[in-house]
Design a protein. Structure first.
Length: 411
């Protein structure tokens, strides 16, 4: 199948070809015809599968088929980074068409706020917004949804995790009942299914690579004591093959500390966290994308939707809190079919968590021997540590609808 098969307008085709897209990805093959056909859609797809273009392309096509001067589409996404990326993709795909979009997110200054309001008054086709800032605009009566035709909820499970559900329900009350509703989620916990049933009409359902890491990711784990982690990360970073690296740590404080400790040996490194100003965050992402910065250290704020190609290594300095976070973190490497390495440090406390991640994926991750100079690490005995569990309990692992059943032995 090629993009020509969808009969997109030539200007839209030109835009997507100029972005280097040659062939539709599986989620695009399945979702585009459904959306073009005006059906509601519930899709289970991770970041990295091409899900953003899967809904943007048919929506832009709809807009081009019947241009109006009114707001046509509302896209709600959990973080400002994701909102900005969606907006950039609209700019890219719509480069040769006259489709206008605006990104609305919190954390910017009064000037940007005014600019956003001005753009809304002038009229745009698509709004991409985080739920909190959108609610503020709605309460001020700044947005007219009368002619809205499409609602997209992107990364719905993340929005649920971040406590945005009430906001989303309120926002939906402002929208016309007659609309196309499209929902993308990396996982489908029961609360998301319930919401989907409430807001979508007779939706088509698509499942793509449910909570499975992309095939190109080489996954490894080191079983370590906490006091071995820093020496281990330094030893791994000595490998010159790793030109573009993301290190995830559990808290903002740990991220800052790690930045300080690693800076002594590695200058091309920066921390990315919510204490930074939006402009600083954008500048850091630009440096990282353009390879002026080798290493980015961050919390899970970095794990969703960050769209940087060619990341060679992801290190989980602390094991992620749950399986979905693991998949999202390691999905930062091996994007769009490229290869990459994901290494997780597993201390004793995290062994139970990590074993459940393996349960979800249906296989064990290779445990690597520690460099001899670090001395022996602890034994890997997840059963003994399993009761440590997840922040949200076992329902997130084995009780999850994505759970694939019995763990296979190590390949
Ligand atoms: P997403 O899953 O939407 O975060 O997309 C992941 C990455 O794949 C982004 O960098 C997209 O620009 C890229 N991408 C999306 N669709 C295609 C395609 N058909 N061919 C090549 N790259 C794509």
């Amino acid at each position: 199948m090629t993009f020509d098969d969808f009969n997109f307008k030539p200007d839209l085709l030109e835009g997507l070809y100029s972005m280097g897209y040659k062939q539709p990805t599986p989620i695009q093959e399945q979702a585009i015809p459904v959306i073009l056909n005006n059906k509601d859609l519930i899709a289970c797809a991770q970041t990295g599968t091409g899900k953003t273009a899967a809904y943007l392309l048919p929506i832009i096509e709809h807009i081009l088929e019947a241009p109006t001067r009114h707001l046509n589409t509302l896209i709600i996404a959990p973080t400002r980074e994701l909102v900005l990326q969606i907006d950039q993709q609209i700019d890219g795909m719509g480069y040769f068409c006259s489709v206008g979009s605006i990104a609305i997110y919190g954390g910017n200054d009064g000037f940007t706020w005014e600019k956003q309001k001005h753009a809304l008054r002038e009229g745009v086709d698509i709004i991409c917004a985080t739920p909190g800032r959108l609610m503020a605009l709605l309460q001020n009566g700044d947005i007219n949804f009368e002619h809205l035709q499409h609602l997209v909820l992107d990364e719905a499970d993340r929005m649920l995790d971040m406590g945005f559900f009430d906001d989303i329900r309120s926002i939906i009350n402002y929208l016309p009942k007659q609309r196309q509703t499209i929902m993308f989620s990396a996982t489908m916990p029961s609360k998301i299914r319930m919401l989907a049933n409430q807001i979508a009409k007779d939706p088509e359902q698509i499942n793509i690579a449910i909570s499975k890491p992309a095939a190109g990711i080489v996954q490894q784990a080191y079983v370590v004591y906490d006091n071995q982690k820093e020496a281990l990360v330094k030893s791994i970073l000595k490998n010159p093959d790793y030109q573009s690296v993301i290190i995830f740590s559990s808290t903002k404080e740990n991220v800052k500390l790690l930045e300080k400790n690693l800076k002594r040996e590695e200058s091309s490194l920066k921390a990315f966290h919510s204490d930074l100003e939006q402009a600083e965050r954008e500048e850091i992402m630009r440096e990282f994308k353009s390879r002026r910065l080798r290493i980015l250290i961050g919390t899970d704020i970095l794990s969703r939707g960050i769209d940087v190609d060619g990341i060679s290594l992801v290190i989980n300095y602390d094991a992620p809190p749950d399986p979905e976070d693991y998949i999202h973190r390691i999905g930062r490497t091996a994007r769009a079919s490229k290869a990459g390495v994901a290494i997780t440090f597993v201390n004793q406390r995290d062994q139970g968590k990590f074993s459940r991640i393996e349960d979800l994926m249906g296989y064990e991750v290779t445990k690597m021997p520690l460099p001899p100079e670090l001395g022996p690490g602890p034994a890997y005995d997840p059963e003994a540590n399993k009761k440590e569990g997840f922040k949200r309990g076992p329902a997130n692992g084995k009780g999850n609808s994505n759970y694939k059943g019995k763990k296979k032995s190590r390949p």
